[in-house]
Design a protein around this ligand. Structure first.
Ligand SMILES: *Cc1c(COP(=O)(O)O)cnc(C)c1O
Length: 321
């Protein structure tokens, strides 16, 4: 693989643990968890890996400011703000929605971490970033744009490396399940799977309806770009990508019964905190696939915990009902 600039921001490798009580609860499955929620960067999460390479790139290009975007409770934005704090860069966040009355969860942390926040109304995927970029340039800044979710070939390349990290920790996993949104994690894991010559199924659980091209197409394209960025020559087709849309529930960020059950089981049986938007949907999917017999008992499952628990503190009222 090619050399890339990397700024160390987290604690790696993240642990792999066996969820023994949860496995037993479902009648003898073997369920493991990759704890990227423990990546160490201001409450951690999967974006820490991507940001190590994105910030590395920004710094090597002499930039002094990062701009990125996300939803009001974006974990990506919170980790970006922390990454900027560590490296001494300014951070501008473009958040969907209007300034809320209560500043809690990730939004509270964005403020504490010193980010400047721009409210973007309906545009929660960074549509207005170019305007802010121009504004900052006209003020004499050198801004660096981190795309929505940190999902370009630089960000996704971190998950190629993560596949190697996992390979050192556990062998013979049959299925890896994780929450999929902007697709960078999925794309990186697809490239990584080939790089470490593994055969597991990678099942992304969709958490959001896509507005443009089908997400499988975007992931296959990004996997191809990531592969060439790393000097590898793997090709990916849309049909290579497994994305499960059965667990969208009531929509992005909405806690339904399935999500609540997943949060509750992981908390009470394992002391593991899931987040309401991503991992609760993905674990809800895992539970359904296990209880409906779609996954065989003898096939070890790994759940990639991508983080996000700070958002729990924005929905305490809903979770206690
Ligand atoms: C961003 C995020 C994801 C999705 O990762 P993508 O690379 O954007 O698909 C999953 N879980 C959590 C907690 C996240 O913050």
């Amino acid at each position: 693989m090619n050399d890339r600039s990397r700024k160390l921001l987290g604690f790696f490798p993240t642990p792999v643990v066996e969820l023994k009580r949860l496995s037993k609860y479902f009648g003898g499955y073997k369920i493991f968890m990759k704890r990227d929620d423990q990546s160490g960067l201001a409450f951690g999460g999967n974006k820490t890996r991507k940001l190590e390479y994105l910030l590395g790139d920004a710094i090597s290009k002499g930039c002094d400011t990062i701009i990125t975007a996300g939803a009001l409770q974006s974990n990506h934005c919170r980790q970006s703000a922390a990454a900027a704090a560590i490296t001494g860069l300014d951070c501008h966040l473009v958040l969907g929605g209007e300034r809320p009355e209560k500043c809690n969860g990730n939004l509270l942390l964005d403020h504490l971490l010193g980010a400047t926040i721009h409210w973007a109304g309906k545009d929660r995927k960074g549509e207005t970033i170019p305007d802010i970029f121009q504004q900052l340039e006209s003020e004499g800044k050198f801004p660096y744009i981190i795309p929505y979710g940190g999902s370009n070939s630089i960000g996704a390349s971190a998950f190629v490396e993560a596949s190697g990290e996992l390979e050192q920790q556990i062998k013979d996993v049959a299925t890896i399940i994780f929450a999929c949104s902007s697709g960078g994690t999925h794309a990186g894991l697809e490239v990584g799977k080939r790089f470490v010559k593994q055969r597991h199924d990678l099942i992304g659980i969709a958490v959001d309806k896509e507005e443009s091209a089908p997400l499988e197409e975007q992931i296959a394209e990004l996997a191809g770009l990531t592969s060439s960025y790393l000097g590898l020559d793997y090709k990916f087709k849309t049909k290579d990508i497994i994305l499960n849309r059965n667990y969208l529930g009531e929509g992005y960020g909405i806690l339904g019964d399935r999500e609540k059950e997943a949060i509750s089981l992981c908390a009470k049986l394992e002391g593991v905190l899931l987040d309401p938007t991503y991992t609760a949907k993905a674990m809800g999917g895992l539970i359904d696939m296990v209880t409906s017999g779609k996954i065989r008992k003898e096939d070890p499952i790994l759940f990639w915990h991508t983080g996000g628990a700070p958002a729990l503190f924005s929905c305490s009222g809903i979770l206690l009902k």
